[in-house]
Design a binder for this molecule. Structure first.
Ligand code: ADE
Ligand code: ZN
Ligand code: ZN
Length: 280
């Protein structure tokens, strides 16, 4: 009874700390990427993934099945928490590694580090598999607008941790702004992540000119996310009640970010796994 009381008290007093796009968002990004991999890269990835232990949920490993592993790892390794985001401040529009990524503790640097490990075939397969799992997750995270910003909140007198500390009502449900972007907008659009992939494949990709969009660097992606956070995600009504009006503006941004994360992840993995004189 005492324990239940304490648990309730903690649940009531702590704002829910959202971690990343929810599992759905990461699975969507990973699946879009996997569908675009060339045969040689896919074969190399399948060799690495073969070491993953199958589970009831994921009898055969795929990029989507490992896409949220980094969030589980973060729970037991809090020192990796800062690798999931980059807090570019409000009043700057580009990424500054010295100010925004001390000791490599941000998502932009983490992507660069793990890309190097994945590309190096002299490294143990276990290290390269771990690098792959981090990369699949972090390329998703850097496309979540609120993973690229942090705003000083005059009301609480603190940084808002990418909207984690901003309470909102989302279609009448009490949550926080970060969680709206990690999961709320996705789940309200299409509840099933596989169906969300189909939605993007049939309505977002066809006929779209992707020239240039699949490129750029992780620092460019972070700057773009930061811009979207300020143009769209933070554009909430004063009473914090988010509904249809906000959804209409935000939802196309979610589609775009998930789709772009997918094609950029495919490109990054393909480039990292491309044959070189020392790694065939
Ligand atoms: N914690 C602190 N800032 C954050 C952000 N921008 N995204 C996710 N978690 C955070
Ligand atoms: Zn998040
Ligand atoms: Zn994350």
């Amino acid at each position: 009874m005492k324990t239940i009381g304490l648990a309730c008290l903690i649940a009531l007093t702590l704002p829910a700390q959202a971690l990343a796009w929810g599992e759905e968002g990461h699975s969507i990004v990973a699946e879009i990427a996997q569908r675009r991999l060339d045969a040689a890269s896919l074969a190399k990835i399948q060799v690495l993934l073969a070491a993953e232990t199958p589970s009831v949920d994921h009898p055969a490993a795929s990029l989507s099945s490992i896409a949220s592993w980094a969030d589980d790892y973060r729970a037991s390794h809090p020192d990796t928490a800062a690798w999931h985001f980059v807090n570019i401040p409000d009043d700057r529009s580009t990424y500054d590694p010295d100010a925004d990524c001390r000791n490599g503790a941000c998502v932009v640097d983490a992507i660069a580090r793990f890309r190097t490990v994945l590309a190096d075939c002299s490294k143990p397969a276990a290290d390269r598999l771990e690098a792959l799992k981090f990369l699949v997750h972090f390329v998703g995270d850097v496309h979540q607008p609120l993973h690229a910003t942090d705003r000083w909140d005059a009301y609480t007198g603190k940084d808002d941790q990418g909207g984690n500390l901003i309470p909102v009502m989302f279609f009448g449900q009490s949550t926080n702004l970060h969680a709206v972007w990690d999961t709320g907008l996705i789940m309200r659009t299409v509840y099933d992540w596989g169906a969300y992939v189909v939605r993007l494949e049939t309505t977002w990709f066809p006929g779209r000119d992707l020239t240039g969009l699949s490129g750029g660097s992780p620092a460019d992606w972070a700057a773009d996310s930061h811009r979207l956070a300020h143009e769209v995600a933070y554009d909430i009504p004063d009473d914090g009640a988010i509904g249809a009006r906000y959804f209409t503006k935000a939802q196309p941004v979610v589609d775009r970010q998930l789709a772009l994360a997918g094609i950029r992840l495919a490109r990054l993995l393909q480039e990292a796994l491309a044959p070189t004189p020392s790694c065939q």
